[in-house]
Design a protein around this ligand. Structure first.
Ligand code: MRU
Length: 344
């Protein structure tokens, strides 16, 4: 059984507290949208599709929390909640996507009760669809991988970054389920170690062969023939094929290019931002203490200046294919991505 990261249960949101992994598998339960906003901000839940669904569930909670007497009051309460949820993390586009979808549903309702029911139903449907989309993506992507491939991945684009199954790790799961034997190399992903804490945990949990490397061993692994292919997830993909993903992805892609190793990205259409240009994208900068320590242990001198961007951009020329639920986009990306949306 793959892990279920987030769900709606008895008018509350239940999610795995990822800050406690890999040591403790514990679920947090929230009935207030402000708690959900805090959970996104502090990485109790993270990963682009998972925070998209968290935003939707957060707004569903807000609809229940409001004591609005009519539709207008409810919409204004939900707009305020949307702003608070939206401001938690700036880079992944799925958050805004999930929030906007729910506000659309809310605006189409007539009464307070009808809006509450519709937004809860819709948010639950978004969560169910997330898993279905990941499985479709997995099936499409599995064709790119061969028996006995060793596949490198960076960060966590797995069940824990989605509602379930995963994007990049979903492709790996589907490849395995199609009868091919594959192994995974997971990078540690400093500073907050989504690779070692989350990817290694969830693959081991599911019995998938995984070896962990420090980020500094990416070049060594490729140069020594340990890697056949690479797959990562994405937080935002532009119409031009520029991919924003966890800091370090650009290094992995550059190294893959140097060693002629295929580099793939897996993401649902909800991760695409068809309007922005690279200069419009805000890269989240996180606190320095993530770099000056590991967990509670201090590993740098007091008062040191830190640069801690959470994401970087991989240019399209380093990418061999972008796997989606509607098919695989290849260069020239502007054309192939447009076609995926036309098929939608
Ligand atoms: O900071 P995080 O842990 O939210 O970053 C997550 C990533 O960069 C993932 O690779 C991305 O969201 C894709 S998840 C399917």
């Amino acid at each position: 059984m793959t892990l279920k990261t987030i769900e709606w249960k008895d008018n509350s949101v239940v999610m795995i507290d990822q800050t406690k992994l890999p040591n403790i598998l514990e679920y947090a339960t929230y009935t207030d949208f402000n708690q959900v906003a805090d959970a996104i901000r502090t990485l109790v839940i993270r990963g682009a599709p998972a925070i998209g669904v968290s935003g939707a569930f957060g707004l569903a909670l807000a609809s229940l929390q409001s004591d609005a007497a009519n539709k207008d009051e409810l919409i204004s309460y939900m707009e305020n909640a949307k702003k608070i949820l939206f401001e938690t993390r700036p880079t992944a586009v799925n958050l805004g996507w999930g929030l906007n979808k729910i506000m659309e549903v809310a605006n189409n309702g007539n009464t307070v009760d009808e809006i509450r029911k519709n937004v809860i139903d819709y948010a639950k449907k978004m969560a169910d669809n997330d898993v279905k989309i990941n499985m479709a993506m997995g099936k499409n992507g599995s064709e790119l991988f061969d028996n006995d491939d060793t596949i490198m991945t960076h960060c966590n684009a797995g069940a824990l970054a989605t509602v379930g199954y995963g994007t990049a790790l979903g492709v790996i799961r589907a490849t395995k389920d199609s009868g091919k034997n594959v192994k995974v190399i997971a990078t540690e992903t400093r500073p907050i170690q989504q690779g070692s804490r989350l990817t290694a945990f969830e693959l081991k949990h599911d019995g998938i062969d995984v070896s962990l490397i420090p980020d500094t061993a990416v070049g060594y692994s490729m140069a020594n023939g340990l890697v056949d292919k690479i797959i990562v997830g994405a937080d935002r993909i532009l119409r031009t094929g520029h991919v924003y993903n966890k800091i370090g992805t650009y290094q992995v892609a550059t190294m893959a290019n140097q060693h002629k190793i295929p580099f793939y990205v897996a993401a649902p259409l909800s991760t695409f931002d068809m309007k922005s240009n690279p200069e419009d994208v805000i890269i989240e900068q996180r606190k320095g203490s993530e770099v000056t320590g590991i967990g509670d242990k201090k590993t740098a001198p007091d008062g040191i200046d830190v640069i801690n961007p959470a994401f970087d951009m991989t240019p399209p020329e380093l990418i061999d294919g972008i796997i989606t639920e509607k098919g695989i986009a290849k260069a020239p990306f502007e054309e192939s991505i447009k076609k995926l949306f036309q098929a939608n």
